[in-house]
Design a protein around this ligand. Structure first.
Ligand SMILES: [Fe+2]
Length: 298
């Protein structure tokens, strides 16, 4: 079993076609060597002081490091990468008006690391989300080459359409082998896991994941990238972090320490010192049938 690989000239539709079929796709050579070096230099100091995982799932010989939107300008650029972001938006569009960042995490798998158990990322929300809703779009950027020996991500193509209790046979599994600078894209429903590292060198990947604007994020972006840091970002990135309403009324706040007469409930953008960009996507008209008086001042 193999994963389909596209080149960097692929369109979002090309990627979506492969992902519909397999639940995953590789796009090769998306970022060049200079960008790769810069990105690696920005995240390495944080990885060096990160402890190994606490169990077999997080990996006892694997370091997972977060807060990368706040820590790394290069990561911010990758979160906004046109092909990936456009594909993520289109992939999740049937289930949401707006997408948000779900997590940022480097995954550094050391030699001797066992394979992670196969899983579907959507189970982070338990089994509460109806099967027909796909809640997650994942990207795993290769910062080193990903090989069969050094822990390239294991994936079971097509398993996003399986019954959740079906077990994968060994010959149904592929590995996301790809050169550094390539990206592995996969859905929240496809079976996958970090691979065993039987090589002498470690494997470094950057996991940037998107989810539906109305769901709880795995990495809490308001804590990992608080307002005083997010304030300097471009509006589109701020909104991806969650500094905008996830749907009509979702995500408003009241500042408990700075009471301004005549003002109380505010949209998230106010925490960044700006007003929402009016895109007209959420209107009160859609909510008129509901009693939601708490949002009257929004
Ligand atoms: Fe996973």
């Amino acid at each position: 079993m193999t994963l389909q690989t596209l080149d960097a000239a692929a369109t979002a539709q090309d990627v979506l076609d492969v992902m519909e079929q397999d639940g995953a796709a590789i796009v090769r050579d998306v970022i060049d060597q200079d960008a790769l070096r810069q990105l690696t230099a920005e995240v390495t100091p944080y990885i060096q002081t990160t402890p190994m995982g606490r169990d077999d799932f997080t990996g006892r010989r694997t370091q997972r490091t977060g807060a990368l939107a706040a820590r790394s300008p290069s990561c911010r650029a990758l979160i906004m990468h046109p092909l990936v972001l456009n594909t993520a938006r289109r992939f999740l569009a049937p289930f949401t008006d707006r997408i948000i960042l779900h997590l940022t995490q480097t995954i550094h798998i050391h030699p001797g690391s066992q394979a992670q158990p196969l899983h579907r990322d959507r189970l982070a929300w338990g089994r509460h989300i109806p099967r027909q809703i796909e809640p997650q779009f994942n990207t795993l950027w290769a910062l080193t080459d990903f090989t069969a020996e050094n822990g390239a991500t294991r994936c079971v193509p097509g398993s996003h359409k399986w019954d959740w209790d079906r077990r994968a046979e060994p010959d149904e599994m592929a590995q996301a082998e790809m050169a550094a600078g390539s990206v592995f894209l996969y859905t929240g429903s496809v079976l996958h896991s970090g691979g065993e590292n039987r090589a002498a060198q470690s494997r470094l990947g950057l996991n940037l994941t998107y989810t539906l604007g109305w769901l709880r994020q795995e990495e809490n972006q308001y804590l990992s990238c608080p307002p005083h840091i997010a304030k300097g970002f471009e509006p589109e990135l701020q909104e991806l972090l969650g500094y905008t309403q996830g749907n009509y009324a979702l995500g408003y706040f009241t500042d408990p320490e700075r009471h301004t007469p005549g003002q109380d409930i505010q949209p998230p953008e106010a925490a960044l010192g700006r007003k929402p960009r009016r895109d007209g996507s959420f209107s009160f008209t859609e909510m008129e049938a509901l009693d939601f008086s708490a949002t009257e001042q929004l």
